[in-house]
Design a protein around this ligand. Sequence first.
Ligand code: ATP
Ligand code: MG
Length: 388
Amino acid sequence: MKEIILAKCGELVLKGLNRISFEKTLIKNIKLALSPLGEFKVSVVQSTIYIDKDGGIDDIEEAYERVKRVFGIAALSRAAVCEKDMDAIRETALAYAREKLESARSFKVMSKRSDKRFAYNSPQICSDIGAYLLKNISGLYVDVHNPDVVVTVEVRDFAAYIHCGSDSGAGGMPYGSSGKACLLLSGGIDSPVAGYMMAKRGLKLSAVHFLSPPYTGELAKQKVLSLAEKLSDYCPGMELYLVHFTKIQEQIKNNCREELFTVIMRRFMIRLADIAADLSGAGALVTGESLGQVASQTLGALSITDELSRHIVLRPLIGMDKEEIISISRKIDTFETSVLPYEDCCTVFTPRHPKTRPVLSEIINEENKLDIDTLVKNASDMITVIKI
Ligand code: ATP
Ligand code: MG
């Protein structure tokens, strides 16, 4: 029995004239996600995506899991394919649904007939296939309101499809359909979630990470690499820019007032993230900041870092509680890695009493004690890129 994957386009169906270009991006992304399993045929007809492979999909479970992670898909199901002929549909429905029906008590058949030339209409298909399944599997009854199993028969242009239930897709917009942004990726819980959320809205991501050897070690770097790798399940082809931050942090510590250290450091991060964004062709920055979470995420501190950036700074977690963020990080499987206990460059020089209401003029006074341009230039000259 031939089995394929059927999926439903998500929000992009609301697009007008440029829907075709969103669909093209989605098709490309599905093919890319499936590329380790071979070359797939993917097409979209009236918001339904057909995912098939010459000779059949041999590893359909793995293929299905991969398609589940592709943004732009509202729902998906595995489906058996057969000829548009009632005998073939009966036999295929019985063979395909048998295992599920044998362990169920109730069921119903649903039908969609987009090929209006097919001789049976939807109610006729439902009652015919329902009766056939009842006759061939004992102990079953029909429950149209609350069935254990729903068998769906779809009669479409080129074939009939039978499936037994669907799963939610990843939702959102096709990855890369909304432009590109550079994610400030730390080793913490928040920033991978922030990246996931913006990728879900169609932004292609690059990432920048600041490290401070020897204060931060090899394990901290490996942790960020594995977070980037986990994110790349959703964000294929991500580049990670590594910035050595030690010199800058030492200079701030040695020259500036301790309670302003964090805000000044974050302003350097923004200057360098702007450069990483330029290098990767990104038009925005993304951070994992959430209002009030720590001293550097008060409204005052955020405005002072914001005013410096040459790019718009997107903060998808700004209104979220930690618990909400953690539940997404578990869902995307970054949580366990994020909580590994390695030092981040931010925690190396944390002031004892960071100022929660910094004043811009005060910050600028302190920064003027440093040779900002040279520090930024030296750090940016040493940026290294890793293709994830
Ligand atoms: P996270 O859990 O993402 O580390 P956090 O709650 O620890 O966030 P901060 O350390 O204040 O918060 O960092 C706020 C944001 O700044 C992070 O979400 C991330 O986007 C960015 N950031 C912090 N440290 C780094 C770093 N070493 N490299 C890149 N970006 C960083
Ligand atoms: Mg952090």
